[in-house]
Design a binder for this molecule. Structure first.
Ligand SMILES: C[S@@+](CC[C@H](N)C(=O)[O-])C[C@H]1O[C@@H](n2cnc3c(N)ncnc32)[C@H](O)[C@@H]1O
Length: 362
């Protein structure tokens, strides 16, 4: 029986390769590479580098031409299905021609094979046609989403809450229901610009030597991201960027009563509960949510509980919610406090680049 490994190779850094993936590369007899054209040569380069580094000397490398496709189709689903079928025919031809009985083949997949990648579906399509037989195994890889989150030092979800991974095309149709944290991939149209109040954690060529990161309130950083993205795309001939969009949730979603419990409701926050207290995930998100309430009422909060404990007794704050200052972190329990942060959590716009000389430094 022939066997094929579908190997996730990570999102650009050769060190993303897992031990499991390296071992699978070492067992592979035939590598199948799909040439995506000159402009994405660096994607091919990483694969060749990993093959050189971990394969056995008798391995063979065979290349097929990735079929072209319409990038702005009227019928997106139909166009992708057709493209996938044409790709499956190319790969099936390579398997038939080059993979002998008892041999192991491998397809090296960018990031993780389970995330916006068609390799698994293509192999299933080939098997479903019935003319070519093999078994296959999937080796997970570090996705660009994990790499992005690591570089920004963020978790993708907030406590007990879901997040969604979607495409720029879908985000352009509207913010997804039921989530306040959205990871966006494959966004050629910069759909984030429609959400100026959200926080964005953006990265292009993440974990490669050309990496560019930016974070902040969309209203503050969108222009810079769009300009930087356009320039980088022109320079490279292609771009791969991903981002997390995080919006403030309605307070009911995260605030829970504590002490003399009272509900948080837009417009009546604490106005009639001068001695109440509320438990919050972070002072930053609380202030953002307070601002969302647009309460004209006097806001009185007797105590604010942050993750490190009750941190201040706030005086009655007159008039606007904007007058509420973040509670100071107490000196005791400081060891248990989260590390100081920069970037979007503090609403400070930030842009970093790495790699070649001539770019703005960190
Ligand atoms: C076809 S999907 C493949 C995703 C891949 N399987 C993964 O796990 O990351 C391509 C999209 O992934 C994202 N992407 C892949 N590599 C990236 C990187 N190094 N930096 C930023 N985004 C990346 C971009 O949104 C790009 O449009």
């Amino acid at each position: 029986m022939r066997k094929i490994y579908v190997i996730g190779i990570g999102a650009g850094d050769p060190d993303h390769l897992t031990l499991q993936a390296a071992k699978a590369i070492g067992r592979t007899d035939v590598f199948f590479l799909l040439d995506k054209g000159e402009t994405k040569q660096s994607l091919i380069d990483l694969r060749e580098r990993l093959i050189r580094g971990y394969s056995h000397p008798r391995k063979r490398i065979v290349e097929g031409r990735d079929p072209d496709r319409d990038r702005t189709p009227a019928d997106y689903t139909g166009t992708i299905a057709d493209w996938r079928t044409r790709r499956s025919q190319v790969i099936e031809g390579l398997i038939d021609e080059h993979l002998g009985d008892g041999e192991i083949g491998a397809i090296l997949v960018w990031g993780d094979p389970s995330l916006y990648d068609s390799t698994i579906a293509i192999l299933e399509e080939i098997l479903a046609r019935g003319a070519t037989t093999f078994e296959y195994e999937v080796i997970p890889g570090i996705s660009s989403v994990s790499a992005l989150a690591a570089k920004h030092r963020i978790a993708l979800n907030r406590v007990g809450r879901p997040f969604q991974v979607t495409t720029g095309r879908r985000l352009a149709e509207g913010w997804p229901d039921g989530v306040d944290d959205v990871v966006v991939m494959l966004d050629a149209q910069q759909a984030f610009t429609a959400y100026p109040d959200a926080e964005i954690y953006w990265g292009a060529y993440v974990s490669t030597e050309d990496e560019i990161l930016a974070s902040g309130r969309v209203a503050d950083v969108a222009d810079e991201i769009v300009t930087t993205r356009t320039a980088a795309r022109e320079r490279h001939g292609w771009i791969m960027d991903t981002y997390l969009l995080r919006r403030s949730a309605p307070p009911q979603a995260w605030a829970r009563p504590a002490g003399r419990a009272h509900a948080l409701r837009p417009g009546v926050v604490g106005a009639d509960q001068p001695t109440g207290s509320i438990t919050i995930d972070s002072p930053g998100s609380m202030i953002a949510s307070m601002a969302m309430m647009r309460s004209p009422a006097t806001v009185k909060l007797s105590a604010i509980r942050a993750p490190w404990g009750v941190c201040t007794r706030a005086p009655a704050v007159p008039s606007t919610v904007a007058g509420i200052a973040p509670c100071a972190r107490p000196t005791k329990n400081r060891a248990a406090s989260p590390a100081p942060r920069t970037g979007a959590a503090g609403s400070a716009a930030r842009m970093t680049t790495s790699g070649r000389a001539g770019r703005a430094g960190r």
